[in-house]
Design a protein around this ligand. Structure first.
Ligand code: BGC
Length: 449
């Protein structure tokens, strides 16, 4: 395979994970219940009824996982902090044993020269907050800022860069709109207040982190939107979907307003809840923008109906591309397309970018020696890095790239069925085995000097 092109000096190479997907130890050291504990234990919610009770047992095996990062030559680690470990009921004083865990992790990373990049919220909301309305309730935004402050007070002396929320669009859409993720609500477009309250929580937490002189970003999921047909109705549907998926969580941050295409919704679902001063709080300056990219989305006209949650669009398959084990189309140039598109839309308002997630699931089967030949992942990463390099050549300021994921983990509604890791995890023995992609990455990074 040809060597990877050269990325700018100081470019950060990392891997990403999240708390509920890897930690396990669900009832240890005072950890409270999260919406994912509740949801995954309900019949029929996850494949095979699987849960994150044990997951990768990272809570106990983290030194081994930090060693895997270091041996790969990765310079950064994006992990998330489990809010219910810090505030078991979602408010009140910190559970010190929870903070101790992340304190040890941060020190362990520092010993190996790895930059920590924590995400404060990767979907595991404390259940008592959900019982009070979750992100439909404005109060959750204030609780989030208080929680951010508790964590920063403890590890902010060693952690310079912070991510507030992971993929607020996916959390709103799958968690509150369609019921595929926790908390399992099926509100359709009536889930829109979840967007505003997450954005407000982000802004308030960002201000608290800035008070401490820390850098702040958010990790958004972006999908280039491709129009399914050529009719005006198709174009309008794609325009609306683009506003919902891509602009809703970026325009308020960078432009201080909601996208025009959502004006009607802004009058309706958002009308009563956006208060004076909210947009100013949300537009707290971002130091960097986190971009998670998996694939484009093809969208055409659709009649709103109760069955589709009142959505004025239909999602169409993207044919003609290879797919991952998940069935997601592999479109490396989509990464370039979205980055160039972000720069075109936001211009000077666009801060430097980190790719905070990119990767694929593969049907890994270990051979007789236990080795995992995940050539499809190597191809995926190689092709996406070339597309990323092209975007950098075209002038997009990208500072780093984080692979999803360091290791196989609990893939939400898919249980342990989809494997995204550079490292295989045997979920019976919890043994870790670096895959071929891990060795490929280590060699590629070593050759860069
Ligand atoms: C999420 C991860 C997830 C990955 C693959 C992203 O949407 O942030 O938690 O595992 O996609 O589905």
């Amino acid at each position: 395979m040809a060597p990877l092109p050269k990325f700018p000096d100081g470019f950060l190479w990392g891997a990403s994970t999240s708390s509920y997907q890897i930690e396990g130890a669900a009832r240890e050291d005072g950890r409270g219940t999260s919406i994912w504990d509740t949801f995954s234990h309900q019949p029929g919610r996850t494949q095979g009824g699987e849960t994150g009770d044990v997951a990768c047992d990272h809570y106990h095996r983290w030194p081994e996982d930090v060693a895997l990062l270091a041996d790969a030559g990765l310079g950064a680690y994006r992990f998330s902090i489990a809010w219910p470990r810090i505030q078991p009921t979602g408010s009140g004083p910190a559970e010190v044993r929870g903070l101790d865990f992340y304190d040890r992790l941060v020190d362990g990373l520092a010993e190996r020269g790895i930059t920590p990049m924590p995400t404060l919220f990767h979907w595991d909301l404390p259940q008592p907050l959900e019982d009070a309305g979750g992100w439909l309730n404005r109060e959750t935004a204030y609780r989030f800022a208080e929680y951010a402050e508790l964590v920063a007070a403890r590890i902010g002396d060693r952690v310079a860069s912070w991510i507030t929320l992971n993929e607020p669009f996916i959390h709103m859409a799958l968690g509150y709109g369609l019921g595929i993720h926790a908390p399992g609500r099926t509100l359709g477009l009536e889930a829109l207040p979840v967007a505003h309250h997450q954005l407000l929580g982000h802004g308030l937490a960002a201000a608290a982190l800035h008070q401490r002189g820390l850098n702040v970003m958010i990790a958004n999921n972006y999908a280039p939107v491709w129009t399914a047909g050529t009719t005006d109705a198709d174009v309008a549907a794609a325009h609306f979907y683009n506003a919902l998926h891509n602009e809703l969580f970026t325009d308020p941050l960078l432009l201080g307003r909601y996208p025009d295409a959502l004006a009607e919704a802004a009058q309706g679902e958002l009308g009563g809840i956006v208060r004076d001063g909210d947009l100013k709080a949300i537009a707290e300056p971002l130091d960097c923008l986190g971009v998670n990219y998996y694939n484009p989305t093809r969208v055409g006209h659709g009649e709103p109906s109760p069955e589709n949650g009142g959505m004025p669009f239909t999602l169409h398959p993207i044919d003609g591309y290879p797919v991952t084990a998940f069935g997601w189309p592999i479109v490396p140039d989509g990464l370039r397309e979205l980055l160039v598109g972000l720069r075109a839309r936001y211009g000077a308002a666009l801060p430097p970018i980190y790719i905070t997630e990119n990767g694929c699931s593969t049907d890994d089967v270990p051979d007789a020696d236990g080795r995992v030949h995940d050539a499809a992942r190597v191809d995926y990463l190689d092709s996406h890095l070339r597309a990323l390099h092209q975007a950098v050549q075209e002038g997009v300021d990208v500072r780093g790239y984080f692979i999803w994921s360091l290791m196989d983990n609990f893939e939400w509604a898919e249980g342990f069925g989809q494997r995204f890791g550079l490292v295989r995890v045997d979920f019976d023995t919890l043994e870790r085995t670096p895959k071929d992609s891990y060795h490929w990455l280590r060699d590629a990074l070593a050759h860069r000097g």
